[in-house]
Design a protein around this ligand. Structure first.
Ligand code: DX5
Ligand code: ZN
Length: 264
């Protein structure tokens, strides 16, 4: 089970806010191991919205998170679901929710998702006007705080924000729709983001979202990602559980041989 494996480094089902690969409370020996842990976050955007609880259950025994794409038809040209659906879903799944807010006013809404019980809440750098305040409010409400960057947004300006962030999400498609083609152009930025995290010895996970599949997940892991969102690759598969297992084993193998995990 994934939670047993991850519990060697940190408790994925426990306190999602302050534990993590770079958590300073972890002994050194565990730090290195946990740094290399792969997490898979299936996106329900590609699932059957009329059967969300069953679709969540379909991956509950193999996934680490359930990725929930909140879209408002303003920040992105698509409309999905909002706080009431997240509140309802929380009552019907054992998986921690990884809420990705693709909305115009995350400063107004993000803390409510954390208060509702989402274990991770990610806001977009392009949409927030007060990232420090909003990220702190997410953490204060008990969730992990994520910061997302679109493919065309540089990561370097956010280096000083790393202490405020639990997860950096680099979009590998333009946000808005599932099933788009993976953008290889993001890979150099992924490498730079991983180097930035290492340089700062930051307790920050590095997530990729968009076009992640059997064909692309190894490239992401080699470049530095450790949390992988996959929508169509999981929910369009005949067997979603098997798809998650396959993605995890490819990502783990690629992580083992990745330059960024080599002892320095
Ligand atoms: C897209 C969303 C993604 C989407 C990914 O804007 O943020 O989470 O579900 O879908 P796939 O994996 O099909 O590209
Ligand atoms: Zn997403």
């Amino acid at each position: 089970m994934c939670n047993r494996r991850l519990s060697r480094g940190y408790d994925i089902r426990g306190d999602h806010r302050r534990t993590g690969p770079g958590d300073k409370r972890l002994p050194g020996a565990l730090y290195t191991h946990a740094y290399m842990a792969v997490q898979i976050s299936p996106s329900i955007l590609s699932s059957d919205f009329a059967r969300l609880a069953e679709e969540a259950a379909a991956v509950a025994s193999v996934a680490d998170w359930l990725h929930v794409d909140v879209m408002d038809y303003h920040f992105v040209p698509n409309l999905t679901l909002g706080l009431p659906v997240v509140q309802a879903l929380l009552k019907h799944t054992s998986l921690p929710l990884d809420c990705h807010l693709m909305i115009d006013d995350p400063d107004r809404w993000a803390p409510s998702y954390a208060e509702a019980g989402a274990r991770n809440v990610t806001i977009h750098a392009e949409a927030t006007h007060a990232p420090v305040r909003t990220l702190r409010m997410i953490r204060a409400a008990g969730a992990r705080a994520g910061l997302a960057l679109n493919p065309g947004t540089a990561v370097e300006p956010y280096e000083d924000l790393l202490p405020e962030v639990d997860m950096l999400l680099l979009m590998t498609v333009e946000p808005g729709f599932g099933g788009q083609a993976f953008l290889d152009m993001v890979l150099p930025k992924l490498r730079r983001a991983r180097a930035m995290i290492k340089r700062n010895d930051a307790a920050v996970w590095l997530q990729v979202d968009g076009g992640v599949s059997d064909e692309t997940i190894e490239r992401c892991a080699e470049a530095g990602a450790d949390v992988f969102v996959a929508g169509s690759a999981v929910y369009d598969a005949d067997d979603p559980e098997r798809a998650v297992r396959g993605l995890r084993s490819r990502a783990e193998a690629a992580t083992q041989r990745a330059p960024w995990t080599a002892a320095s």
